[in-house]
Write a protein of this length. Structure first.
Length: 188
């Protein structure tokens, strides 16, 4: 059985740089890579040089399982928009969105499962977790974001009005960080 080695994007770019001055044979010998591989990289050089991901990746295509939800970017935008309106995007909201925009897909998905509703809930929970939405409960105690922003602005105006006579070098942030004078640092 033959051992296959996969090369990083950085290796491919380095080989393409060497191809500017050396022959395919010389690059293959110097990097200990087959000439056929070097020629393939040269043929695909445009895609390799335009690649925006990590240089340590070994594949140029995205890896992982394909998203089975229809139009995942629109669904993520919908959930982000709900968060911006300070509403918790629950599975019920997402199911309503799916009913409105992708009714046929939802019908097919639910009919193909033994316990369709549970499967759909689990699918939506995993989608939310993958895209950075944590589980939240809607609460009435938290103030709205615009109210918090206005309170912060009022405090900043009051602070700057009250302490405008002091030079900026004489103001210290003492809310969390303790400052000890005349003590040598342990680690520099």
């Amino acid at each position: 059985m033959k051992n296959y080695t996969s090369h990083t994007i950085d290796d491919r770019r380095r080989a393409l740089e060497l191809l500017q001055t050396l022959s395919t044979y010389q690059v293959a010998k110097e990097m200990a890579i087959s000439r056929r591989t070097i020629r393939n990289w040269a043929a695909n050089s445009e895609a390799i040089l335009e690649f925006k991901g990590s240089k340590m990746r070994k594949k140029m295509k995205s890896v992982g399982r394909k998203e089975i939800l229809p139009d995942p970017t629109a669904l993520k935008e919908y959930m982000t928009e709900m968060r911006a309106k300070e509403r918790a995007p629950t599975c019920v909201h997402v199911i309503k969105w799916l009913k409105k925009h992708h009714r046929d897909w939802l019908r097919v998905y639910l009919s193909g499962k033994n316990n369709g509703y549970k499967s759909l809930l689990r699918l939506l929970q995993r989608f939310s977790h993958r895209h950075g939405f944590s589980r939240q409960r809607p609460g009435k105690l938290k103030l709205k974001q615009d109210v918090l922003d206005s309170m912060r602005e009022e405090f900043a105006k009051e602070f700057h009005r009250q302490y405008e006579t002091y030079d900026k070098n004489n103001r210290y942030n003492v809310d969390e960080t303790g400052i000890f004078y005349e003590m040598p640092p342990r680690i520099i």
